[in-house]
Ligand binder design. Structure first.
Ligand code: NI
Length: 210
């Protein structure tokens, strides 16, 4: 290799290094763009729980999200044929309502609890009237057409799916999200409780907003 070829290679290496360094330097200011891009994701988290619904209550009355106005509302999605989790959660909600009433009988007027079925085929108005009588007198159960229930579940980010006992069998279970929401006086999301949250914790959280 001649000296002149070595010189050309050396200049080429230095030149490439300079280009690479310039590239790194120019890339540095792009850092903040990542933070800006991540902001809308964080903002959409809480605001998206809740929204419009149009359903029938267990007395056959048509109700909408307007029924949340001026109330603190516990909302739970489930179904009357649920063998275990749903009745347990509805009992917890009933016990929480009793605790809230005991602590503040006057403020209790603003508090309500909704049970929204994700199994409208079986949970008719009549079936829900019967089922609801097993729980707290304040509990209101809601049903509707398959489309109305799907829309309400979508608004509250509730997943549900039919699980057949055996292929072709008439009996089935419903797989569904187990979450209790606390919504505020303007229908806004305030808090959520996961499965098995005791009535004391639920009542204490709700009372923070009374
Ligand atoms: Ni259930």
């Amino acid at each position: 290799m001649s000296v002149s070829i070595i010189r050309v290679i050396a200049f080429a290496v230095i030149g490439l290094a300079a280009v690479a360094a310039a590239g790194l330097w120019w890339r540095a200011p792009s850092g903040p763009a990542f933070e800006v891009a991540s902001k809308p994701v964080r903002q959409s988290g809480q605001a998206s729980i809740g929204g419009p619904f149009s359903l029938l209550d267990h007395t056959g009355r048509r109700v909408t999200q307007a029924m949340l106005a001026g109330h603190l509302t516990l909302i739970y999605f489930g179904y009357a044929s649920c063998p275990d989790v749903c009745p347990m959660e509805l009992q917890n909600i009933g016990a929480a309502l009793d605790l809230i009433e005991k602590a503040d009988p006057a403020g209790f007027a603003d508090v309500q609890a909704l049970f929204i079925t994700i199994d409208p085929a079986r949970d008719t108005v009549a079936a829900l009237a019967d089922y609801t009588s097993n729980f707290h007198p304040k509990l209101v159960s809601l049903t509707g057409s398959a489309g109305e229930i799907a829309a309400a579940a979508r608004a509250y980010r509730i997943y549900f799916s039919k699980v057949e006992d055996k292929p072709g069998s008439q009996s089935y279970l419903m797989d569904h999200s187990n979450i209790i929401y606390l919504m505020g006086r303007k229908g806004e999301f305030l808090a959520h409780f996961s499965t098995g949250t005791g009535p004391e914790k639920m009542a204490a959280k709700l009372r923070e907003f009374q």
